[in-house]
Design a protein around this ligand. Structure first.
Ligand SMILES: [Zn+2]
Length: 95
């Protein structure tokens, strides 16, 4: 049994630990690999393993910047993605 030193999850082999490490949200957090989206003085910080999710957020963020989305709607969109597991970690900076 091997343990992920970032999140504490246990793995049966070194190989499965290695493939976990590519996506471990705690490891990404420690390494400060957040994707950041500015909304005025606040920044929405996201960690996700899903490129599709990144594309969805970027499209939504463009709508926000174009004035087609209220900032609160953008935050709610990200929070919903977190609740369904598409976003592993979500945090707001500033405000
Ligand atoms: Zn981990």
């Amino acid at each position: 049994m091997v343990v992920c030193k970032y999140c504490g999850q246990k793995w049966k082999s070194l190989q499965s630990l290695r493939s976990h490490l590519k996506h471990c949200p705690e490891r990404k957090r420690v390494r400060n690999q957040w994707k950041k989206y500015a909304i005025g003085s606040t920044t929405v910080c996201v960690i996700t393993r899903s490129p599709k999710t990144v594309r969805l957020i970027e499209a939504e963020h463009r709508r926000l910047l174009a004035g087609h989305r209220h900032p609160a709607a953008f935050v709610g969109f990200c929070e919903a993605l977190r609740q369904v597991g598409a976003i592993q970690l979500l945090r707001l900076e500033g405000s």
